[in-house]
Design a binder for this molecule. Structure first.
Ligand SMILES: Nc1nc2c(ncn2[C@@H]2O[C@H](COP(=O)(O)OP(=O)(O)OP(=O)(O)O)[C@@H](O)[C@H]2O)c(=O)[nH]1
Ligand SMILES: [Mg+2]
Length: 464
């Protein structure tokens, strides 16, 4: 406080805190009883399958991380075992009363449900508790909205948010009335709701059109670098995808953070694996359980990179207690975006966090059920060497160096090779052109049928 003299009077100026107020939140997790309850997500490889309540605890730990990322402070948790959710309020009557009581004690202003609520369940729970209610999907959308930087990511998130909002408009309006209420903000009535619906629908159309333009320009970009081997990093959020890419490329500027959804925009960079051998590596948005369906759909343009890669590097945080469930979740999302059949190299990351004496047994157990696995650390010296070697091997087996001989007049074939293969060198031998290039089997077949002379494994330099 600094006294300031003004026309002979002392005025005390208060310093005003400019930090946004932290919202206090209560988390709600529900465990469905009986054989049709939540799957525990544990494959046959685990030493002991986690119990249902351990699984729910783990889900709430993750929900707390999400809440923290969104800027809320968790002041309480409520859990319930039920046969099926109450269609009106999700929780049973008694639990709603307990929730209201906890709100009173803790001063919470926000309730976050781990499961998706129907529009009616959301509205009724708000009416019953008097505080704002969100579900996990809405929270994830909110985080994406604050993290989106590029115009593409912003459009994708806005599209998903509008689609989420559309069936919940009545509730959104009651937020205005109840929580920011006052003169001038009154109930909308049906006409206003209809107008809003129309406006939102037309905005959705505009965003869809713009995103389809983005998709086209990405296709053009991709076709210009078709010849090079492409790998995409996929995995659960916070598994270490960006760290792997940073460490492989030696670029310290890549954004890495111990928070969820640090990366939203895909980024592709060339990585030199060995002399004369490079690949394009794409880092992209991480996945999470119960990822809102609208979000997956609107991130299609971004995720197209994934479905068109030659190889997926599925990064798994092996030090995480729920890595098996996380891996299943990622496989599910890959299926949703049409990338389920892609060749995958499983990259078990963060082995520096596994006690050294346990590591051999862990590796042995995992290799038994997950073939094509490497065990790495992106923070230790040479910790990524197994991945580098596996990438080289995978690339060389899929695209061996081949000597190609063509008549100098075969301009069309030459153009095809440059477009679809990685040409290492090109010389003349009399009336023939001689190229060394990395070709996949499909192109090699086409060239052979067109009469080109092919000799596989012809370049000793690249087999180092
Ligand atoms: N100990 C250890 N920490 C790691 C390793 N790899 C990544 N991390 C840490 O894990 C956190 C997440 O890493 P990121 O690379 O941002 O993870 P990401 O998969 O790109 O995450 P999103 O972009 O949020 O999906 C960071 O705090 C990293 O420093 C590793 O091998 N060992
Ligand atoms: Mg990242």
């Amino acid at each position: 406080m600094a006294p300031v003299s003004n026309e002979g009077k002392d005025i005390t100026r208060e310093l005003i805190e400019l930090e946004s107020p932290v919202e206090k939140a209560i988390l709600v997790g529900v465990q469905i009883k009986g054989p049709h309850g939540r799957p525990n997500g544990n494959g046959s490889s685990g030493p002991a399958a986690p119990t249902r309540s351990q699984v729910m605890d783990e889900h709430l730990v993750e929900l707390e991380q999400l809440a923290d990322t969104a800027g809320a402070k968790v002041v309480g948790r409520i859990t319930q075992q039920i046969d099926r959710p109450n269609p009106a309020t999700y929780l049973g009557k008694g639990k709603i009363e307990e929730l209201s009581q906890r709100i009173g004690e803790s001063g919470a202003t926000l309730i976050i449900f781990d499961d998706e609520l129907t529009p009616a369940q959301g509205k009724n729970s708000e009416d019953a508790t008097g505080q704002r209610v969100m579900d996990r999907a809405e929270l994830i959308l909110d985080i994406f909205a604050t993290r989106a930087r590029s115009s593409e990511a912003r459009m994708q998130v806005e599209l998903a948010q509008l689609q989420y909002m559309l069936p919940r408009l009545t509730r959104m309006w009651s937020h205005l009335e109840k929580f920011r209420g006052g003169i001038g903000v009154r109930g909308p009535g049906e006409t206003q709701l209809e107008t809003d619906r129309r406006l939102i629908n037309s905005r959705i159309r505009v965003l869809r059109q713009r995103l389809s333009d983005v998709l086209k320009s990405r296709e053009v970009q991709r076709s210009s670098r078709q010849g090079v081997f492409r790998a995409s990093l996929v995995g659960y959020t916070n598994a270490g995808k960006s760290s792997v890419r940073r460490s492989l490329s030696g670029a310290s500027s890549i954004f890495v953070e111990d928070r969820l959804f640090a990366t939203l925009d895909p980024l592709t960079r060339e990585i030199q694996l060995a002399e004369n051998t490079s690949i394009l590596l794409t880092d992209t948005v991480g996945f999470i359980r119960k990822l809102p369906h609208h979000l997956v759909a609107s991130f299609r343009a971004t995720l197209e990179e994934v479905s068109e890669a030659d190889l997926l590097l599925h990064v798994v945080d092996v030090s995480h207690p729920a890595w098996e469930e996380q891996r299943t979740v990622v496989q599910g999302v890959l299926g949703e975006i049409g990338a389920a059949g892609k060749p995958v190299l499983n990259v078990f990351n963060k082995i520096d966090r596994v006690p050294r004496e346990e590591l051999p047994a862990v590796e042995w157990r995992i290799r038994d059920v997950v073939p094509d696995s490497v065990f790495v650390s992106s923070v230790t010296t040479d910790g990524l060497e197994p991945l580098r070697r596996a990438l080289l091997a995978s690339m060389r087996s899929r695209r061996p160096v081949t000597e190609v001989r063509l008549p100098v007049t075969a301009g069309k074939l030459l153009a095809e090779i440059h477009r679809e293969a990685e040409v290492l060198d090109q010389t003349h031998d009399g009336e023939e052109m001689v190229l060394h290039a990395r070709l996949d089997a499909a192109l090699a077949g086409r060239l052979a049928r067109a009469g080109a002379g092919l000799q596989p494994g012809a370049d000793i330099r690249s087999t180092k």
